[in-house]
Write a protein that binds this ligand. Sequence first.
Ligand code: CMP
Length: 218
Amino acid sequence: LKKSILFQGLPEGDLRKISLSFEFIDLPMGEVLFYEKENSSDMYLVLEGKVRASLFDEHGNELVLAELGPGEFIGEMSMIDQLPRSATVIAEEPTRLASLSRETFLKIIRENPDIAINVIRALVTRLRRADDMIEALAFRNVESRIVKFLVETGREKGLTENGKYRLRKMTHRDLAARVGASREAVTKALKALVFKGIIEDRGNFWLISPDAEEKIDP
Ligand code: CMP
């Protein structure tokens, strides 16, 4: 809890008191925490594992809005405005969450106003990421979005081979959900990227150079 964005800077005694109002939830991988448009208003803290917030179209195509891991919170939007859930939240790994009811959270904020600042800071970070995603969807083609995603993933995971990022292959469907494109468009774009030598196909892995973005048109 000490490491959580929400409770940063809070005295240990207060934290202990707050943690008494938590309920703990264990989600197996792939399990849905709640669905978009659902009416609920609890908020959750990710203690272990990872969840993703996604939108789905009528054909079941997925767009991943964000992944949230240990120390991050989820479900704050409906908690704050009491409107239906803005996205579906799914466990990407076995995940342990702490849930807080709207009433409890509002009470905690009133007693510890610094928590509200922590929430705002986290929302600003999310807005920056969302702007980045809007930029990619508006100004970049599918090839460029794939390269951006793979380079960012490589940077985060830091696995390299001869100065290139070495990334375990994902299914075209999963990649499509990350870059906001159809599965068909991703298959076509990947083929073109391999043909142009921007991505190297190594069986179960892709190799991509950290400066690959400079080598393609947006
Ligand atoms: P809520 O609308 O209650 O339920 C879905 C949750 O997904 C939402 O609260 C946020 O916690 C999270 N979420 C929705 N959109 C984004 C986004 N763009 N970035 C990060 N998290 C998001």
